[in-house]
Design a protein around this ligand. Structure first.
Ligand SMILES: O=P(O)(O)OC[C@H]1O[C@](O)(CO)[C@@H](O)[C@@H]1O
Length: 449
């Protein structure tokens, strides 16, 4: 079977081939540091060999739990934020029919809704209103078990589920994915007797999609987690190659770092398949939280093409030349649709008649690549043979491994996220959270000025 492929050819008129080749020993050293666990953040390397360590028993447990939710719920709310949200959403959106939510409900195929990833009062009001007459269940996902957004949503959902479905059924259809021992989500799960799954201590949120954090909701959505894991396993093998030229993760990490050294401070992840929108969101957290430190790091951004060619296209073509693009390109769509011919040809589109829609999309992709490279934007391409679970698993591991290598090339700790605490500290002080008395006083003084 084929694998995903990286093509960096269209970056080579912007960076020196020799300088890129000179990364080989550095990249090899970074890979050894990851393997030996001797680098910064080495207590968070559980993701490195996660795919190959997943057992059939574990997958069976996840699938059995998913089945309980599928059988007993018309709607399942997946509550989580950041790494406890984006991976599941990325895979579910990529693998689901875009109009599933408008289709007639099939028994045993619950609608998946996400919550706990914002504090929008209207969002939560509308969600709880929608759920009023629904047989719903909840997957409460939080590694720390204390994240405000998720805890707040879960408090509302737990109460509603118990009131609507009774305590006993609620116990059956609420599942927790959290730390083995710590945090409010663990305390609640143990006290209420919920089925629970553990997020390993050594796997950080943004690297956790192949733990129950991602696998359980993905299985509830009816998506093949065996294939997802199989694809990740394959990439674990491919990306272990110490030869940079033969290791896509190593080559991607080296190329983007060399581009960064040449003033390309912003990476734009591009798709030409709207189903990949949330995959890009997942990628942004992975790279943003991992690399944005010590006042360094490529700023990860994303666009959905061709949609955003009609909004951001101008900036990318002619704005400040500090950007490069990485295109996730799906080679063959899962469905075939041909452009019909029209006798009157009022829209002038008969030159496309008989062609597959994807041929038009591919020419948009090629035309965009040529135009952007001409405009001074280096372009990499990650080719994906087809959008399925197996290749999504490959993509996930490829980007994770590259992120670890890339972070070490940048000489930062890719596995912590101290910066995200700053807003929380202020928010808790402003909300008078117990334990924040001094900070509350200080922040109020500051606001008086
Ligand atoms: O799983 P948790 O602990 O609720 O955290 C969710 C997300 O919040 C962060 O901790 C940032 O606040 C992310 O790193 C993490 O993915």
């Amino acid at each position: 079977m084929e694998n995903i492929k990286l093509n960096i050819e269209k970056t080579l008129e912007f960076i020196s081939k020799d300088k890129l080749a000179a990364y080989a020993p550095k990249v090899k050293a970074c890979m050894e540091t990851l393997e030996k666990g001797t680098g910064l953040g080495n207590d968070f390397l559980g993701w490195l060999h996660l795919p190959s360590s997943i057992t059939q028993e574990h997958l069976a447990d996840l699938k059995a739990t998913a089945q309980v939710l599928r059988e007993n719920c018309d709607v399942v709310i997946v509550a989580g934020i950041g790494g406890s949200y984006l991976g599941a959403r990325a895979v579910i959106e990529a693998m689901s029919n875009s109009f599933l939510w408008l289709q007639e409900k099939k028994a045993g195929q619950p609608t998946i809704i996400f919550a706990g990833h914002n504090i929008g009062e209207d969002y939560l009001y509308e969600l709880t209103s929608f759920l009023k007459d629904k047989k719903f269940g909840v997957i409460n996902i939080s590694k720390s078990g204390t994240t405000t957004e998720t805890a707040l949503a879960f408090r509302l959902l737990k109460k509603q589920c118990e009131e609507q479905r009774g305590k006993e059924m609620a116990r059956k259809v609420i599942v927790a994915v959290t730390d083995a021992k710590k945090g409010a989500a663990r305390v609640t799960a143990d006290k209420e007797g919920y089925k629970s799954f553990i997020i390993p201590d050594n796997v950080g949120g943004r690297f956790s999609v192949l733990t129950p954090v991602g696998l359980l909701p993905i299985a509830v959505a009816g998506i093949d987690i065996d294939q997802l894991v199989a694809g990740a396993c394959k990439m674990e093998e491919v990306c272990a190659n110490p030869n940079m030229e033969e290791n896509p993760a190593a080559l991607y990490a080296a190329t983007r770092n060399e581009l960064y050294q040449n003033g390309k401070k912003i990476e734009i992840l591009v798709n030409f398949q709207p189903k990949l929108h949330y995959f890009m969101e997942w990628w942004k957290q992975l790279y943003g939280e991992s690399e944005g430190k010590d006042h360094k790091g490529i700023y990860p951004s994303s666009v959905d093409f061709s949609t955003d060619l009609h909004s951001m296209g101008q900036w990318i073509q002619e704005g400040e030349r500090t950007i490069f693009e990485t295109v996730v390109s799906v080679e063959t769509p899962n469905h075939e649709l041909h452009v019909p011919s029209d006798e009157e040809n009022l829209d002038g589109l008969n030159f496309l008649a008989g062609k597959r829609v994807d041929e038009v999309n591919k020419m948009a992709e090629l035309g965009t690549q040529l135009a952007h490279v001409d405009g001074g934007v280096p372009n990499m391409r990650v080719s994906v043979p087809v959008l399925n679970e197996y290749y999504l698993g490959q993509l996930i591991y490829f980007f994770e491994k590259a992120c670890g290598i890339s972070g070490y090339l940048l000489e930062i700790n890719p596995f912590n996220q101290p910066g995200v605490e700053a807003y929380k500290k202020n928010m808790f002080a402003l909300l008078n959270k117990p334990g924040y008395e001094e900070a509350s006083k200080a922040i109020r003084e500051r606001l008086k000025k």
